[in-house]
Design a protein around this ligand. Structure first.
Ligand code: PLP
Length: 347
């Protein structure tokens, strides 16, 4: 597969903005910088941040075992996904394939970029219908989004299906691994070199506990990453985010222990939810949330709100009639949820 043929002509011709910090990378730190119209008085953030986030990337490279040149960082995965659209999809011409029910941002970003969305619903066990996907793809199908573990269903897709799509889809396959740290399945990161059309996105927003700093991670071949780097806004990851991320990632046991706690609590929560009579179905979860089917999602959702608990009502999503999505909280929060559900049940 020739990746160059998938890139938009205008992007290939683009001459990127060259920032002040870009032009003087790796120079001695005692140099006097009078080039970027910054305020010279030190306060920790008076200088523009490193546009390439080198320190953070070196750390990530060690943790994830991928070369720094295969990493792109963004202001949350949402920015990373938007950059992928802009790199490959020609407005009012190209299309992307999504598999509902899935993460809502893919379609929002498609609309924002004037890109058609082709929907191939997941099976009733929330697995990709590989044959249908390959049949519906056409010459303008540039991206295929696989969210695994999937939001809102919570399951991971079978790796056989993903592998076949990587081999047979004639465009870019984006695997969104926002929940991979909770999963029993392996990340596709260690197979990056095998598939030139593979892009993987991850985030610090879920398992790493840093939704507030907005850091999205993207991994792909150096060929793809180098182009994404030329189209990203120069200072898209701010100084405080870079510092916080480095601080957090330098303590690998922090996230590891929290993930273990969350997974333990998830199983406790599942056991308790099973005993609630109006819960008619529990979907298997490979993430930090569970999708459940109830008798009347709107009613149960409102009852929970009125008792001070907010979950996500997914009843209008494809294949999710009367489904609610519940994030695993602290021991205290989960207990409170169960107690409130028991109260509602006895009303
Ligand atoms: C939460 C989530 C993200 C994270 O997005 P950020 O912009 O990095 O916070 C990405 N993909 C999916 C499927 C998610 O559920």
């Amino acid at each position: 597969m020739n990746i160059q043929n998938l890139i938009r002509p205008s992007i290939k011709a683009l001459k990127p903005y060259s920032s002040a910090r870009d032009e003087f990378q790796g120079v001695p730190s005692d140099m006097v910088f009078l080039d970027a119209n910054e305020n010279p008085f030190e306060n920790g953030v008076n200088r523009y941040p490193d546009p390439h986030q080198n320190k953070l990337k070196v750390l990530l490279s060690e943790i994830k075992q991928v070369p720094t040149q295969s990493i792109l960082l963004g202001n949350g995965s949402d920015e990373v996904l938007d950059l992928i659209f802009r790199m490959f999809c020609e407005p009012n011409k190209d299309n992307v394939i999504i598999l509902p029910p899935t993460y809502g941002m893919y379609e929002v970003l498609a609309n924002l970029n004037a890109i058609e969305t082709i929907k191939v619903p997941l099976s009733d066990t929330f697995e990709p219908k590989v044959e249908d996907i390959l049949n519906v793809a056409n010459i303008n199908s540039k991206l295929l989004f696989l969210c695994s573990p999937n939001n809102p269903s919570g399951n991971s897709f079978q790796s056989k299906a993903i592998e076949r799509l990587l081999k047979e889809f004639n465009g870019i396959v984006v695997i969104d691994e926002a929940y991979i740290d909770f999963s029993k399945e392996q990340s596709w990161l260690n197979r990056l070199e095998e598939f030139p059309n593979l892009i993987i996105t991850q985030t610090l927003s879920k398992a790493y506990g840093m939704a507030g700093i907005r850091l999205g991670l993207c991994y792909a071949s150096q060929e793809i990453i180098s182009v994404l780097n030329t189209i990203k806004p120069p200072y898209n990851v701010n100084e405080l985010t870079q510092q916080k991320a480095i601080e957090n990632l330098s303590q690998p046991n922090l996230a590891k222990n929290q993930i273990a706690d969350i997974l333990y609590e998830r199983d406790v929560l599942i056991n308790e939810l099973k005993k609630i009579r109006f819960v008619s179905k529990m979907y298997p979860s490979d993430a930090n949330f569970v999708l459940i089917k109830v008798d009347d999602a709107n009613k149960r959702y409102d009852q929970l709100i009125s008792k001070g608990i907010v979950i996500r009502n997914r009843t209008t999503q494809y294949g999710c009639e009367n489904c609610l999505r519940i994030t695993v909280g602290t021991v205290f929060e989960n207990k409170r949820l169960i107690k409130v559900l028991q109260q509602i049940q006895s009303e």
